[in-house]
Write a protein that binds this ligand. Structure first.
Ligand code: ATP
Ligand code: MG
Length: 406
């Protein structure tokens, strides 16, 4: 079947009472954005669905639509005449070509008659389609419960559509519908998934990476840019801020107790992130923290990190098992990037035995030896911003341009 359209279904946002229209408008905007690379594509609302019209390459376009948060499924579809014999004929043809490509044994027809002026009932349409399909592909059998192939027919006021595929979407809420936040993105497995989950709940995200290029080389930064590129497939515009962190690390190494280094690094990251988030009107920070995974993630150390963070802290993976995170990372495509070898800034000057359960009094004493304000200001002065769209390589922008674009 040659598709010239896609039916886009949404779930949860259909339930949002008074905010419903706002959510739908946001979803429509995000769908249109996702289709920007496909010349001539359009998106229009139908009752309970969106219809994307795709003049050209619909396989990449449906993949792009199926990554938009808020979407539950996408079906490539073809407009067919709203007349029972023509519907049956088109469905039989689609069944034949679908069976040529795969070894389907069973099928069913599923009609949805939203246009009540159509003379036959849904059941009559299904029967006509079933008969035509069996005549055309005799080896197929009808299975109403779990068929290999579903031939969907949607008879709507605007047009009648035929489809036989349903590509799952991520669900969730449209990006931008619940607010703005700043994600702390490392090159690890966890933080990109935390960012993805935060976007899934409707947050418009930007990301922040602390690098120590003098000590670790460029590999870590390149890796994080790759992650940002990938995440930009799921969001309209994705900005990545790169902040130099080695001066902070050197200052901590010179002035503070070695076993507290990692914890002090984390607290500095959060202080810097808070300043940037406030400047960009972001109301929360997102991290990939996971309870108990590493020494810096004991309840005590998580609390000491949070205490340095003056914005609400969202930690979507806090209670995930590593296997669950990895499964998601594979599905989204970040896993292969995250496991590429690269030195992490946190390993710079790593003490042999980091403090597992930090003490607030000790932390205050250690930080008294640091000029916190100057360290924060110097880091921010070295900020560099890259912007990513549609999973394409990023473009470096200056801070002024970034603020304008936002
Ligand atoms: P990840 O897999 O995301 O690196 P992790 O389980 O390895 O997480 P840590 O390395 O302790 O845990 O980091 C905890 C969180 O702190 C990360 O998920 C991330 O949000 C943030 N973080 C750590 N290092 C950096 C960095 N260099 N730049 C920005 N954020 C960072
Ligand atoms: Mg890490």
């Amino acid at each position: 079947m040659i598709a010239d359209a896609a039916l886009v279904r949404y779930g949860e946002i259909g339930l949002k009472g008074g905010n419903r229209q706002e959510f739908l408008d946001r979803l429509a905007r995000n769908l249109r954005y996702a289709l920007q690379p496909f010349a001539g594509a359009t998106v229009e609302p139908l009752r309970g669905r969106f219809l994307a019209r795709l003049p050209g390459d619909w396989s990449d376009a449906t993949a792009a639509l199926s990554r938009v948060f808020g979407v539950t499924s996408v079906s490539p579809a073809r407009r067919i005449p709203a007349e029972i014999a023509a519907i049956a004929e088109a469905a039989a043809e689609a069944a034949e070509s679908a069976c040529a490509a795969t070894t389907h044994a069973t099928f069913r027809a599923k009609a949805n008659r939203a246009d009540k002026r159509f003379p036959q009932t849904s059941i009559e349409v299904e029967r006509a389609v079933g008969g035509a399909v069996l005549a055309r592909v005799p080896r197929l059998r009808v299975d109403l419960d779990s068929p290999d192939l579903v031939l969907g027919i949607e008879i709507r006021d605007e047009a009648t559509f035929l489809y036989h595929e349903r590509i799952a979407g991520p669900g969730g809420l449209p990006v931008g519908s619940t607010g703005r936040a700043l994600a702390l993105l490392s090159g690890g497995i966890d933080s990109p998934i935390a960012a993805w989950l935060a976007m899934k709940r409707g947050l418009a995200l930007e990301a922040l990476f602390f690098h120590s290029v003098e000590f670790t080389g460029f590999a870590a930064t390149e890796k994080v840019k790759e992650l940002a590129r990938l995440l930009s497939r799921s969001s309209p515009r994705f900005a990545l801020h790169l902040v130099p962190f080695s001066p902070v690390q050197v200052a901590i190494k010179e002035a503070c107790e070695p076993s507290y280094r990692t914890l002090l690094y984390r607290r500095m990251m959060h202080r810097i992130a808070v300043v940037l988030a406030r400047a960009d009107r972001q109301a929360a920070l997102v991290t990939g923290d996971n309870l108990g995974q590493v020494a810096s993630q004991t309840l005590e150390n998580l609390a000491l990190t949070a205490a340095a963070s003056e914005l609400p802290l969202l930690r979507p993976l806090l209670t995930y098992d590593k296997e669950e995170t990895i499964a998601l990372a594979r599905r989204i495509g970040t896993f292969e990037i995250s496991i590429r070898p690269a030195l992490d800034c946190c390993t710079v000057f790593q003490p042999p035995r980091p403090r597992i359960r930090g003490d607030a009094g000790d932390v205050a004493r250690e930080e008294a030896a640091l000029d916190l304000e100057r360290l924060v200001a110097d880091s921010i002065a070295g900020l560099e911003t890259w912007v990513f769209h549609h999973g394409q390589p990023g473009r470096k922008v200056d801070r002024g341009a970034k603020v304008q674009e936002a």
